[in-house]
Design a protein around this ligand. Structure first.
Ligand code: ATP
Length: 358
């Protein structure tokens, strides 16, 4: 069952269309991430859902109630912010009880709920501490407990982990997933970190300039991006532009570039003459060992190493291929130097072809 339904949401600030006619649903117990570059409208969308902004147009339904014009307290939505937004002058107990007092719960019920929420985030006994007496990770967990304590129908999380260092961030990601599954939380998670969105989400919305570019599972978005923007945003990707010159059986298309490279890739639904981009993921390029691909000479090209950045177990190469530069990571056991001529193989099944927008 869809717990949240958003229909044709619009929000404008002056001449910026921050949210441009977006519609989507979230099913019960699922996590939907809003992913996109800075300024694409993620926070504004979330603020409209929470009731901190009133949309210019559109409707928001939570559990079949029209909440579009309700105050934040009436909505039954919990929110976790990037800054945690804990009140510094209040203890953990004060921070957690605030939302419950507004809802006029009695003291016994408040105490029970706070005890339960602190147990869930593994901070039992921390009631009397002030936020300044907690580490970043603990503050983040208290912010989570404060959202949980109101037993929300929906939780909104706005980059909740971005203030944490890389290691803690990764740990907290898995803690969030565990908590979300255990409690069956329905959540909308805002991030500009594609790895975080991939790990956490059942479905991802890719936003750009206030518009939905694609909605799908992490696998769908990664493997079948609708266009170059999505392909480039979800993973480090190099692009080669060309035109479909021929289509073989099994939907293998031949893409001819301006500098006369002929690259084969698998992609249904295109026709001869279509202008396309080939998206090449960083882990797609293979260095062709002599004779290894003798049976199939397709997609073997001569390139030149432009840059080689040593990263420990891997080396990040930039390779000149015709007039294009493609990037790949390779085990540092293989050691090419700048200026080396190399043979590279682009496996047709692993290349992503997206039609260029006209
Ligand atoms: P970030 O990842 O940087 O937080 P975002 O995707 O969350 O970005 P929003 O904060 O939703 O983006 O902003 C969307 C657009 O609306 C931006 O161009 C922003 O400058 C503009 N904007 C947001 N809030 C306001 C406001 N209160 N007044 C004017 N413009 C605003």
């Amino acid at each position: 069952m869809a717990i949240l339904k958003v229909e044709n949401l619009n929000k404008r600030f002056g001449n910026v269309q921050a949210v441009d006619n977006i519609s989507f649903k979230v099913e019960e117990g699922q996590v939907l991430s809003l992913l996109g570059p800075s300024g694409c409208g993620k926070t504004t969308t979330l603020r409209c859902l929470a009731g901190f902004e009133i949309p210019d147009k559109g409707k928001i339904f939570l559990d079949n109630r029209d909440i579009t014009n309700m105050s934040p307290e009436q909505r039954g939505i919990g929110m976790v912010f990037q800054s945690y937004a804990l009140w510094p002058h209040m203890t953990v107990y004060g921070n957690l009880s605030f939302g419950l007092q507004i809802r006029k719960l009695d003291k016994k019920e408040i105490d029970e709920r706070i005890k339960r929420a602190l147990g869930i985030v593994r901070l039992s006994g921390y009631e009397k501490r002030y936020p300044r007496q907690l580490s970043g990770g603990q503050q983040q967990r208290i912010a989570m407990a404060r959202a949980l304590v109101i037993e929300p129908a929906l939780m909104l999380l706005d980059e909740p982990l971005s203030n944490l260092d890389a290691q803690l961030r990764e740990e907290m990601r898995f803690e969030f997933i565990e908590l979300q599954r255990k409690l069956g939380i329905t959540a909308i998670y805002v991030t500009h970190d594609q790895a975080e969105a991939m790990v956490i989400s059942d479905r991802i919305i890719i936003l750009n300039q206030g518009r939905i570019i694609q909605i799908g599972t992490p696998k769908e978005i990664y493997e079948s991006p609708h266009n170059c923007f999505v392909a480039g945003f979800i993973a480090v990707t190099s692009f080669i532009k060309g035109e479909i010159s021929k289509i073989d059986k099994d939907n293998i298309v031949a893409v001819k570039t301006e500098d006369d490279l002929l690259i084969y890739a698998k992609r249904p639904g295109l026709k001869t003459g279509d202008k396309v981009s080939i998206a090449i993921r960083i882990n797609t390029v293979q260095f062709a060992e002599k004779d290894k691909y003798a049976a199939d000479k397709k997609n073997i090209f001569r390139g030149k190493i432009l840059q080689a950045s040593y990263l420990g177990d891997i080396v990040d190469y930039r390779i000149q291929l015709g007039r294009w530069v493609i990037r790949t990571n390779e085990s540092s056991k293989i050691n090419y130097k700048i200026g080396d001529e190399v043979e590279i193989y682009l496996p047709p099944e692993e290349l992503i072809v997206t039609p260029d927008e006209v």
